[in-house]
Design a binder for this molecule. Structure first.
Ligand code: TRP
Length: 439
């Protein structure tokens, strides 16, 4: 959390399953709008490569690695700015699997029985007379819990997803609710954001562009092969000079997804005027090439420098873990996974023994003034206040730190100082413990 961001930005989080390379439909429907959304002010975005999820579908290590590299390079090439967003690889954040277990323990098995992907597998087995769970891994069964951990780990408010994922978000909500009910208000209940307006791009044959129809145009197809693919888009048999319908024309729809409104209007007119299909295809090729060529260049450069991608992901993981580590510590404590830390059994009920968590301490000095300090979970001094004239003033300052986190420090300048050597992120992490969504 940078101190420049507002106290409680809306947090958006999206996972990208690392299978295969993206096509134009993925670009128009998901990558482009997500990258645009990540640039909006007042939002904090988390984008991650869901490689733990990829393991559920793929047991080829080389493919898992290649896919991760390609998907990461695609999003970066499309303009995702790792300085602005937190862009990381799921498996670099081990707290996610740790949280998965805590959530597993509050999730009804019966709920998971109803998950679409699992149910579809069972239905298929039953239809073919097999054992219902034939070839179903526990990974597939647990998919929604892992996804819940992805979301709840970062206290995401909004999760932009396709319709097929709504059920998963609802399950994550239920997990959060159940956890909070049992252990106190620790987790944020997420909401799905369905992008209704997202255009479904048609593929080469006019059906929805999808790998399962084998009708895709891969996003980073090189120039000449791209021209050939576009030449293969299905059209009707109207001759040059004959007016053409834009309605139902895959070529027109794809053009529209890339062109400005005036450009689209111009093509509409050209259709009415009887443009030859060959010429329309050339227009489409040039329009796509104009948008894709610079990205393709960045994509190739990134693929040729995997160490650079790796460094970006490592930096992203570090950012992500600044959120995940303190929350996981809090959750472990909440469920009772606590240090016994040399405490005599008899002392367990004392206040000191219970606070393996950051804490504010208020006190009065001989000068008659009222002070406070912030200690971290190991009782290390993080913040020290100056003397306040009344206990109420001290309490107000504490309250603003608890409510707003590090953001409140600016207003308290001269009244509160961080200990030498304490980093902003350590301070952030400790203060986050008191945030309203926390305990
Ligand atoms: N299941 C999502 C999909 O197939 C990918 C995903 C994994 C995800 N974890 C997530 C999406 C968390 C949103 C939030 O598209």
């Amino acid at each position: 959390m940078s101190s420049a961001s507002p106290a409680f930005p809306q947090r958006f989080l999206t996972g990208i399953t690392t299978t295969g390379a993206p096509h134009l439909g993925n670009f128009v429907g998901s990558i482009r709008p997500s990258v645009a959304a990540s640039r909006l002010p007042g939002v904090q975005s988390f984008y991650f490569l869901a490689d733990y999820h990829a393991l559920i579908k793929c047991d080829e290590p080389a493919r898992i690695q290649r896919s991760t590299r390609e998907i990461a390079a695609s999003w970066l090439a499309a303009g995702l700015d790792p300085e602005r967003v937190t862009f990381y690889r799921q498996s670099d954040v081990p707290e996610i699997t740790e949280l998965t277990w805590l959530l597993t323990c509050v999730t009804g098995k019966g709920v998971l029985n109803c998950a679409h992907a699992y149910k579809a597998a069972v239905d298929k087995n039953q239809a073919s007379g097999n054992d219902p769970d034939a070839d179903v891994t526990a990974g597939l069964f647990m998919y929604p819990v892992l996804m819940g951990a992805d979301i709840l780990m970062f206290k995401a408010h909004k999760v932009p997803v396709g319709r097929d994922q709504i059920q998963h978000i609802e399950m994550a909500r239920d997990m959060a609710q159940r956890f909070n009910h049992l252990y106190g208000e620790h987790l944020v209940l997420p909401e799905a954001v369905i992008e209704e307006s997202v255009a479904l791009l048609p593929g080469l044959d006019g059906r929805k562009m999808s790998k399962s129809y084998d009708n895709t145009i891969p996003l980073f197809t090189p120039r000449e092969p791209l021209r050939k693919l576009i030449a293969g888009i299905l059209t009707d048999s109207r001759a040059p000079g004959e007016p053409k319908e834009v309605e139902g024309s895959a070529l027109f729809q794809i053009y529209q997804a890339f062109a400005s409104a005036p450009e689209t209007a111009a093509l509409r007119q050209a259709y009415a005027d009887g443009i030859a299909w060959g010429d329309a295809k050339q227009l489409l090729f040039e329009r796509i090439e104009q948008e894709v060529a610079p990205m393709r260049e960045r994509y190739q450069a990134l693929l040729n420098d995997p160490a650079h991608i790796e460094a970006l992901l490592q930096a992203g993981a570090e950012k992500a873990r600044k959120v995940a580590t303190p929350l996981m510590r809090e959750l472990r404590y909440a469920v009772g996974l606590r240090t016994l830390g040399g405490l005599p059994a008899a002392a367990v009920k004392t206040k000191a023994a219970r606070t393996a968590a950051p804490a504010f301490k208020q006190y009065r000095e001989k000068d008659g003034k009222f002070y406070f300090k912030l200690l971290d979970a190991d009782a290390r001094l993080l913040l020290q206040s100056q003397g306040f004239d009344s206990p109420r003033d001290a309490a107000l300052a504490i309250s603003s730190l608890q409510q707003e986190g590090s953001v409140a420090l600016a207003a308290l300048q001269g009244k509160v100082a961080a200990t030498q050597g304490v980093t902003a992120s350590e301070l952030d992490a400790a203060l986050q413990f008191f945030a309203p969504a926390g305990p």
